[in-house]
Unconditional design. Sequence first.
Length: 276
Amino acid sequence: MKSYLRVLSLALGLGLLVAAAAVQAQTAGAPGALVETTPAAAGKGEQVVAGGQVPDEATRVAVIEALRRIYGPSGVIDKIEVVNTVSMPANWSANVQRLITPSLKDIHRGQFQIEGTQMALSGEVSNEALRQKIVSDMANSLNPTYTIKNSLRVPVSEQITVDQALANRTIEFELGSATLTRKGRDILDEMAPILQKLTNKSVAVVGHTDNAGSRASNLALSQSRAEAVKGYLVGKGIDPMTLTTSGVGPDQPVANNATDEGRSRNRRIEFRVGRT
């Protein structure tokens, strides 16, 4: 009977995000790991939320300690579960620890998934040389049975421009609703001229929430908020055909939902620039 497990996932500021995602192991007991990246709040540095499932307590501790060596004790939120019915390849824990290096902090808006000996790395890095070096260093640290799919990319300059315009600020809404506050509208007023200048580009408007309430209601709220932002920008002259919307609810936090400050940071709108 095949094993099922939740891949490790990290959620953070300009660095790692680990988001839990269920996968079916291709071989019995193949463990996995997933890392995703999102923008950090101004002045907050990088923070990792580590979740998912691992085969034993020793592996959990080893992974968390490896992350804390990079992000510091206060930069790692441990939500990893131990499921002792899942086995792993020989030396899997040690190999995963070799991959948790400071170079991961150079990957933004990305994902790092490990399923047994199969790895996939995606996201944005600042230049082509770094894109190649990160994967090369990983490959050289492991034995040949591990394979890496490199989907890292160098972001378009327009994404940097949009990120700078947002300046790590939060587009605010009235509590529990998709109604923009005055502050939220003011930020969008500043961003509209920037978005109007984008040529041959699409912009994905992504809504996020904290984890208060049910996941279903938060998914709906985040979608409604993304659509409210799109509607406001269209009213400012942005071509609606260049804007898409999605709501991911509480699934991609950038901070600890255990605090008011963390929940405030997680309630946000993200803009992702792509090509039309």
